[in-house]
Write a protein that binds this ligand. Structure first.
Ligand SMILES: Cc1cc2nc3c(=O)[nH]c(=O)nc-3n(C[C@H](O)[C@H](O)[C@H](O)COP(=O)(O)OP(=O)(O)OC[C@H]3O[C@@H](n4cnc5c(N)ncnc54)[C@H](O)[C@@H]3O)c2cc1C
Length: 476
């Protein structure tokens, strides 16, 4: 049996790859990646340059790993369906195997491919621990709240050992190898390389997992919220691009020599990831509208100056600014900082969460439709099991609590680096002499706060109350 194994960017690994394992078990396999202009036309690629860089690096690594095992990754360019159909004919394939994409556009694409391809097209699970849509309440409904979802998940999830990495693969005939058009370079796609991003490839992902298991995993319960420590796994991009499957990560925790102290808390976060994918599965239009219908038509503000300040990291709130700058430079932001930054944009500035969501999708290496949307809707208060809209993070207190010495701020907002820790999260309150000693002139070296916390909070609460009351048909 001849199986084309179509790698599609969410499964860039050899181990625990169900389509690949199924293909090998049945005979010959032809691994392929198609650089479809839908994502890889330069005008699209530049809008997600960080992810493109990570993906190309990971595809290179995958190609090398396949070559080392006697096969190759045949890289084609053009419309997925056309190229796949051509390849299938050229090789006389019996079927095409791939890992499922569960977003609405992915499902539509797969339906269309399945109906048009001359040979059977099979999609396999693997992006999540449980197939999206499989965990339901006793009455067969989708969960709207995380904690019962987590409990149900624990009841039904059966962990199976991840599939091993194949040692050897069947070789490909020369006429098929000759079809390889290679992996495009960054320049070709108009993307400027960023040396500050984490490295792609399955090996780099395993080394991140290893580093996590050797230290931070044990301290995860407290460490995960600390902005000034390497307290989390940094596996989000690896999971997004499937350099590691969630099952491999879960299994690594379960089978670690000494079970890490933070193992359960970490697994709970992996189930937040599940929850986001399940939610998007049940409500695919979450990418277009708020989960809470009463937030429809919310009077978000335009505020171009506020938006620019937030994007550039010039709001005058050091922890918010650190998050903004880390995003632009590293394509990553710590979860706590994402929550603070998103809360600030939506609540302090009253700017639409979808603008923040799109900005994050542009720069995040781990940018994922389901998780990013859940994070933004959670922060704005309009999402599935979201933070209540009336809970407005105080960025000063958040900074003091989760970055007590100001280490995170000093790294990303170097103009404040010499401020003592007492004032690092509220430079506007620092005595003149302290500012002088630290070489900071407010409004020159670093902005004064663009909004005052209490006033901004009050404005948001008043707007939200009025809007929500109106949506319920009540007067404000
Ligand atoms: C506004 C906002 C936007 C976000 N956008 C994304 C995104 O585009 N892609 C993304 O992967 N995560 C997103 N998150 C969730 C979270 O911030 C990141 O997954 C996490 O910071 C990645 O770091 P880590 O791998 O070290 O996390 P760890 O703490 O080590 O967690 C392990 C894994 O669990 C998953 N996870 C952890 N927290 C969450 C969460 N709250 N929701 C869903 N999954 C979670 C991730 O896959 C993560 O890699 C967002 C959160 C917010 C508040």
């Amino acid at each position: 049996m001849r199986s084309i194994v179509w790698f599609r960017g969410k499964d860039l690994r050899l181990a625990d790859h169900q389509p690949l394992a199924a293909g090998i078990a049945a005979g010959e396999v032809l691994p392929v990646f198609i650089f479809d202009p839908y994502f890889f036309a330069p005008e699209r690629a530049v809008q997600m340059g960080h992810r493109i860089q990570f993906l190309l690096e990971s595809a290179q690594a995958l190609k090398a790993a396949l070559q080392a095992r006697g096969s190759d990754l045949i890289c084609l360019r053009g419309a997925s369906f056309d190229r796949l159909a051509e390849l299938s004919r050229a090789w006389s394939a019996d079927r095409v195997l791939a890992t499922r994409w569960s977003e609405r556009f992915g499902r539509k694409r797969d339906d269309s491919i399945a109906s048009r391809l001359q040979v059977p097209f099979h999609v396999f699970e693997g992006e999540t621990l449980m197939p999206p849509g499989d965990i339901l309440t006793a009455s067969g409904q989708a969960f709207r709240v995380f904690t019962p979802f987590w409990r149900a998940f624990q009841r039904v999830f059966e962990l199976k050992a991840p599939l091993p990495r194949p040692e050897r693969l069947p070789s490909l005939p020369p006429e098929i190898l000759a079809l390889d058009e290679g992996i495009p370079g960054l320049e070709e796609l108009g993307v400027v390389a960023n040396e500050r991003l984490i490295r792609g490839g399955e090996q780099a992902a395993w080394s991140r997992l290893d580093t996590f298991l050797r230290g931070p995993a044990d301290r995860y319960v407290k460490g995960r919220d600390r902005l000034d420590q390497e307290g989390t796994s940094r596996l989000s991009a690896d999971l997004k691009f499937g350099l590691l499957s969630p099952r491999q990560v879960w299994w690594a925790i379960e089978t670690a020599e000494a079970r890490p102290g933070g193992g359960a808390a970490f697994q709970r976060q992996l189930v937040w990831r599940e929850f986001s994918h399940h939610s998007l599965w049940h409500w695919p239009d979450l990418l277009e509208r708020p989960f809470r219908a009463d937030f429809e038509g919310f009077p978000w503000l335009e505020d171009p100056a506020g938006w620019q300040a937030w994007v550039q990291g010039q709001t005058g709130y050091p922890v918010v600014d650190a998050a903004a700058r880390q995003l632009l430079v590293e394509g990553f932001v710590h979860n706590r900082a994402r929550m603070i930054a998103a809360s600030f944009l939506t609540k302090h500035l009253g700017i639409h969460y979808q603008r923040g969501e799109a900005h994050y999708m542009r720069y995040l290496v781990d940018g994922d439709w389901a998780q990013n949307n859940l994070g933004w809707q959670w922060s704005a208060g309009c999402g599935c099991d979201a933070q209540p809209y009336f809970r407005v993070f105080n960025p000063t207190l958040q900074g003091q609590r989760f970055d007590p010495a100001g280490t995170y701020v000093r790294q990303w907002v170097p103009e404040l680096a010499r401020l003592p820790k007492r004032w690092i999260h509220e430079p506007w309150n620092a005595p003149e002499s302290v500012l002088l000693d630290a070489g900071v002139t407010l409004a020159k070296d670093y902005p004064k706060p663009i909004v005052e916390h209490r006033a901004a909070r009050a404005r948001f609460l008043a707007t939200a109350k009025a809007h929500l009351a109106q949506r319920k048909g009540l007067s404000p």
